[in-house]
Design a protein around this ligand. Sequence first.
Ligand code: RB5
Length: 150
Amino acid sequence: MTKEKVRIIIGSDHAAYDLKERVKMFLIDKHIYIEDVGSFGKDSVDYPDYGIKVASEVSRGKFERGILMCGTGIGMSMVANKFPRVRAALCTDLFAAMMSRRHNNSNILVMGGRVTGDVLALEIVKTWLETPFEGGRHQERLEKFDDLDG
Ligand code: RB5
């Protein structure tokens, strides 16, 4: 697991509540500090409410990393990427998780609770946390869009 003292803010809607709980327990088990903004059950809620809570904190630098989950991961990605300096990556496999860190320095991982099974999801989280950003030319590319609305 990553050596840096990472603090992670995490949120989901009802469609990914079970996955959020699994991911949360996995991270707590690794002694990673977690702030859970909800949802806190399976009653139907609106994913933007939770996406905004997580992405706004990452955008303001209050948390360096976030994890968002909804049914497909698509809605949460759309919401999160509205925020300056948020680079949210919807990942359904380990290669995407790895490359989203190496080349895109993703700071929010997004997954779909109705798409990705628990075992793969936890491997995606582990890969995403352990893979460093390569910087260099990739940093220059990020700077071309990272602060467009900031
Ligand atoms: C909820 O039914 C569903 O629309 C939501 O979880 C998400 O998949 C939206 O993108």
